[in-house]
Design a protein around this ligand. Structure first.
Ligand SMILES: C[S@@+](CC[C@H](N)C(=O)[O-])C[C@H]1O[C@@H](n2cnc3c(N)ncnc32)[C@H](O)[C@@H]1O
Length: 192
């Protein structure tokens, strides 16, 4: 019989993956429960059925969102890192969750391919400061088109560098600050 290998604890997996891909991850540890709660508080969960998550990592926020949406909801997660994709597919066997090994920049064509007309919520933790300004504006404009009228974009970042571009694409941006996270984080909410 093959010896059973125990799954690597999510925090350790995240740290190890950060050492290999620091720019892609932007953080050495998953978001804290304080940051997760602050993100979740931005959303009216009763009205949220289609969720897009950009950069789920080890699924800290993903599982918290699955706990809040209904049985008929769907959550499409875009993750660039193959180690995280495998972890999410193995560790979160929830039929409402689809994990795509694709860039979140491809959210618009990917949702069309899946036959999903639009999202009520798009949540992103991908490091936007690493993108060039044209690439960031393109990404945000695509995300805006993915959202249904009345939909919400929630972005969490360690700096305010994406704020001018969020305002440019979405107009009004609500800002909150969460000190209890490594690193302290900004949460930007943009309604359509
Ligand atoms: C700061 S980590 C956030 C992880 C997790 N959401 C959390 O809060 O703990 C950023 C994540 O975005 C992923 N990522 C970076 N660029 C991406 C892109 N263009 N599309 C999809 N995922 C991306 C990274 O692999 C990483 O998992």
């Amino acid at each position: 019989m093959q010896p059973q290998t125990r799954p690597v604890p999510p925090g350790l997996l995240f740290g190890r993956t950060f050492l290999r891909h620091p720019r892609m991850l932007g953080s050495a540890v998953p978001s804290s429960r304080f940051l997760i709660s602050r993100i979740l508080r931005q959303v009216d969960w009763g009205k949220t059925r289609v969720v897009v998550e950009a950069g789920p990592g080890v699924g800290t926020l993903t599982t918290a969102m699955l706990d809040r949406v209904g049985a008929d909801a769907s959550l499409v997660a875009f993750e660039m890192n193959h180690t995280f994709v495998a972890h999410l597919r193995n560790q979160i066997p929830d039929p409402r969750l689809r994990v795509l090994h694709r860039s979140a920049a491809e959210a618009e064509p990917a949702l069309t391919e899946l036959g999903i007309g639009g999202a009520d919520l798009l949540v992103s933790g991908i490091p936007l400061s690493g993108l060039s300004r044209p690439a960031r504006l393109d990404l945000l404009a695509g995300w805006r088109r993915v959202l249904r009228p009345g939909g919400l974009l929630v972005v969490y970042q360690f700096t305010r560098s994406a704020l001018p571009d969020l305002k440019h694409v979405f107009g009004q941006v609500r800002q909150e600050f969460e000190p209890l996270n490594v690193l302290p984080a900004r949460v930007f909410s943009c309604a359509t």
